[in-house]
Write a protein that binds this ligand. Structure first.
Ligand code: MG
Length: 351
């Protein structure tokens, strides 16, 4: 199949800066891809790299698009280096969009088994979380995600108890430390979490590759040790940079959860097949992409046949310009909400 490649680079301010380990993140940069067959069929994809997660940069992805030229075929697609994982994913999604034959049928084939997915509510870091639990609980949310590791340990542990006290019955809390803890802090937290309604702790500790192999290995061992020593599950997020890491952690027999951001893992079908074969415990998460990439990511989440944990997609409204947002954060998402996302409208909003 030979198709015409169109791409548009975007730089979209968030409504509110996103807090990260590297400081505030104010603007999302990425590429939207549109492939067009000569018979008029079109498909859309999005390359939304996050270099801190080890992906290619947006400049690299754009340069590769320029080098691909106007007309592309399967050979050109297959010839893209694997390091351009986000771009390859975007092009494959766009190609699949063209090839979807009567796919609404195909896409909704599993619907009767899986019409809804719960969505986790995002809470702000620190004490501000407290005031947000009751209204979100009233709205129907039962999984709450709270960022930790941003303030003093003792203060945060005290707030943990306050947050647990206002959770509705049966609700669970997800903690995300974004790798902020050392062993001592992590142990204090896990001791405290053991008899609290904590679903899992995301990335308690982390050593980026730049710290060197031995630091990474030490931290991997620390994570495995914590997973063995405490009852609360641990979810790997920053530790999973693409398919290589998924393989590595499966081989290590990781007993916890895998946070999968479909926009960032490169060859998504292959990675999902590996995780399914290993019967991995997976939670799907947004990479703060636009609705184009989000639709593709959510399709992956709905197609997953493992235990459906609440989706980490309670991020919208996200952008200052709401035309780029996915469905407004609600306690549950339906497959049809995903299929109803107007990807062509998002593409047109960039012109
Ligand atoms: Mg995380």
């Amino acid at each position: 199949m030979i198709v015409r490649l169109h791409y548009r680079r975007y730089s979209l301010p968030f409504r509110n800066p996103v807090r990260t380990a590297h400081g505030p993140w104010t603007t999302r940069d990425g590429l939207l891809i549109r492939l067009e067959h000569e018979d008029g069929r079109v498909g859309f994809g999005e390359a939304a790299p996050i270099t801190d997660f080890g992906t290619e940069s947006i400049d690299e992805a754009e340069a590769a698009c320029r080098a691909l030229g106007e007309m592309i075929d399967e050979n050109k697609l297959a010839g893209l280096p694997s390091r351009l994982g986000c771009l390859r994913h975007a092009l494959m999604c766009a190609r699949d969009g063209i090839e979807e034959r009567a796919t609404t049928g195909e896409r909704t084939g599993g619907l009767e088994n899986n019409p809804f997915r719960a969505v986790a509510a995002l809470l702000p870091a620190g004490k501000a979380a407290l005031a947000q639990v009751p209204p979100k609980a009233e709205f129907g949310f039962r999984i709450f995600k709270w960022k930790v590791g941003v303030a003093d340990l003792a203060d945060e542990l005290a707030i943990l108890d306050d947050v647990c006290a206002v959770l509705p019955s049966g609700a669970k809390l997800r903690l995300d430390a974004n790798g902020a803890w050392d062993r001592r802090k992590a142990e204090r937290w896990f001791e405290r979490c053991a008899d609290r309604p904590v679903e899992f702790v995301e990335q308690p500790c982390f050593a980026p590759a730049a710290w060197g192999d031995s630091a990474v290995r030490r931290t991997d061992d620390l994570l495995l040790g914590l997973a063995g020593d405490y009852p609360t599950k641990i979810a790997l997020d920053e530790s999973l940079v693409g398919e290589g890491d998924i393989e590595r952690w499966l081989a290590a027999g990781w007993p916890g959860v895998f946070v999968v951001k479909p926009s960032l893992i490169g060859d998504v079908p292959r990675a999902m097949a590996r995780l399914a074969k290993a019967r991995a415990d997976v939670v799907f998460s947004s990479a703060l992409e636009t609705a184009v990439g989000a639709r593709n990511a959510l399709r992956v989440a709905f197609d997953w046949r493992g235990e459906p944990r609440a989706l980490g997609f309670g991020v919208w409204p996200l952008f200052a310009d709401s035309r780029f947002d996915g469905p407004f954060a609600a306690p549950a998402l339906r497959r049809e909400d995903v299929e109803r996302i107007d990807v062509a409208g998002v593409w047109n909003a960039l012109s």
